[in-house]
Design a protein around this ligand. Structure first.
Ligand SMILES: Cc1cc2nc3c(=O)[nH]c(=O)nc-3n(C[C@H](O)[C@H](O)[C@H](O)COP(=O)(O)O)c2cc1C
Length: 203
């Protein structure tokens, strides 16, 4: 079963989280992680003028853009975004808005979905971003998967991560490394999506 990990990342933090979610998926027998990104909306001239954005883009140069078939073929889906004013990035939302043909055909109904997020600051909107992104996923008929409190890192994290989903506090310069607590919560989401997806496929 394929677990699609689709994300947007300007500076690379959410990209690194996607890789950790994939590690969690790969720990489950019968599950395969597919990492895909979405079209950029920042003008090329702006990216070219910003060394930090250029570095983020170069880091991800080999990640293919997601297709509607990727969504169709997935048994479970993880969506990753940086916070933008406490909400989902325009780039990921733009991709979600292009799911209309699958929405009309009911193709995503019954698929488990989870959300991971990066913010600059500790209280900058991880939970609001995840909760607001849940609304379109519910419209699409997906089954939401979070992270339960049996995961000890939810108690010990000094950075990101909550029952709503993995989180990373990237810092004001977006350079803070993903710490071991945040990383563990990312892996758990991948594992849970794979396990729930496989269980739902069993007849
Ligand atoms: C337009 C804009 C809005 C942002 N809004 C927030 C915000 O509300 N809260 C916050 O903590 N960080 C905010 N940030 C910072 C980003 O969330 C941060 O750069 C991001 O998590 C880094 O992820 P990336 O490396 O994957 O791009 C904002 C950044 C931009 C460019």
């Amino acid at each position: 079963m394929k677990v699609l990990i689709v994300y947007y990342s300007t500076y690379g933090n959410v990209y690194k989280m996607a890789q950790l979610v994939a590690e969690g998926v790969r720990g489950v027998e019968g599950a395969e992680a597919i990492i895909r990104t979405v079209p950029e909306l920042i003008p090329e001239s702006v990216i070219e003028s910003r060394p930090d954005m250029k570095a983020g883009r170069d880091m991800q140069k080999d990640v293919p853009p997601v297709t509607l078939d990727d969504f169709k073929e997935a048994g479970a889906i993880a969506l990753g975004t940086p916070t933008r004013f406490g909400n989902v990035s325009a780039q990921l939302k733009n991709q979600i808005d292009q799911l209309t043909p699958l929405w009309m055909a009911g193709e995503l109904e019954g698929k488990p979905a989870g959300i991971f997020v990066s913010t600059a600051s500790l209280h900058g909107g991880q939970e609001t971003t995840i909760l607001t992104l849940m609304a379109p996923l519910l419209h699409l008929g997906m089954i939401l998967v979070g992270v339960p409190y049996s995961v000890q890192e939810l108690f010990t994290t000094q950075g990101g991560g909550s029952p709503y989903g993995p989180g990373h506090v990237a810092g004001v310069d977006s350079k803070r490394d993903i710490d071991p607590h945040e990383a563990a919560i990312c892996r758990v989401l991948g594992r849970r999506l794979a396990e729930v997806g496989l269980r739902l496929q069993r007849k």
